[in-house]
Design a protein around this ligand. Structure first.
Ligand code: ADP
Ligand code: NI
Length: 215
């Protein structure tokens, strides 16, 4: 099978699997990460087939979607075998996906340039205007307030705190979003991240001005 055909079929497979997702991993997140990954891959000279396939499949193995990460990885492998992707590609794609979903931080350090590209693309989709939108959507779905002046802003939260304490959409900026630009791997993604990061800062500044009616 031609690579373009493999990509097309994988797109249809992922779209169908994620059609009812509401945990921030909907099809359009995948659509954006795929586009970003392709753009970054071209600028950085990475293998675009591996980047696109890993971007398309990166959330299928997430525990929120598959029962367990293992089941998810098995499902991805079965899919790739069923469309006759060659074994070295399968190994590479699976290793990227498994590093991306590595718990404790947002992913493990990537070994290959293709892994770095896809990780950057996923992180870029968590900042900028889209990142803000996703954060408020996620918070709303969880029943959190967008902001609560009585909840101190925290830059680190333990798993315990996540389970037991209230948080807000705004707090998530400090826990995660504002840190993401420092984790970018590739020069082109760093450039994109700088713009998106500046947008987050402007947003916060205006948010707090409006909150206190200081403008
Ligand atoms: P991914 O695995 O794609 O990086 P996550 O599952 O961590 O994403 O989160 C999906 C989306 O929901 C992201 O945009 C993220 O910023 C947002 N999100 C995750 N956790 C929280 C939270 N505690 N409060 C608000 N938004 C969150
Ligand atoms: Ni993702």
């Amino acid at each position: 099978m031609m690579k373009e055909k493999m990509i097309e079929q994988t797109e249809a497979f992922v779209k169908d699997k994620l059609k009812d997702e509401s945990s921030g991993h909907d099809w359009y997140h995948i659509y954006r990460v795929k586009k970003l990954a392709l753009n970054i891959a071209e600028k950085e000279g990475a293998d675009s087939f591996v980047c696109v396939m890993a971007a398309l499949l990166h959330d299928i193995a997430d525990e929120k979607i598959a029962g367990t990460e293992e089941e998810g990885m098995r499902e991805v492998r079965n899919w790739l075998e069923s469309i006759f992707v060659e074994e070295p590609y399968i190994k590479h794609i699976l290793s990227i996906i498994s590093s991306m979903s590595f718990k404790g931080g947002s992913g493990a350090e990537m070994e290959s340039i293709e892994g770095k590209v896809v990780q950057d693309a996923d992180r870029l989709d968590a900042i900028g205007a889209i990142g803000i939108g996703r954060t408020f959507a996620y918070s709303g779905a969880k029943g959190q307030l967008m902001y609560d002046p009585e909840i101190p802003v925290r830059e680190t939260m333990t798993k315990e705190q996540y389970r037991n304490e209230k948080s807000t959409a705004i707090n998530h900026f400090y826990e995660k979003l504002l840190k993401l630009k420092h984790g970018m791997n590739t020069p082109y993604a760093k450039k994109l991240a700088n713009d998106r990061h500046a947008f987050l800062e402007n947003f916060l500044e205006q948010f707090f001005e409006e909150w206190e009616d200081r403008k």
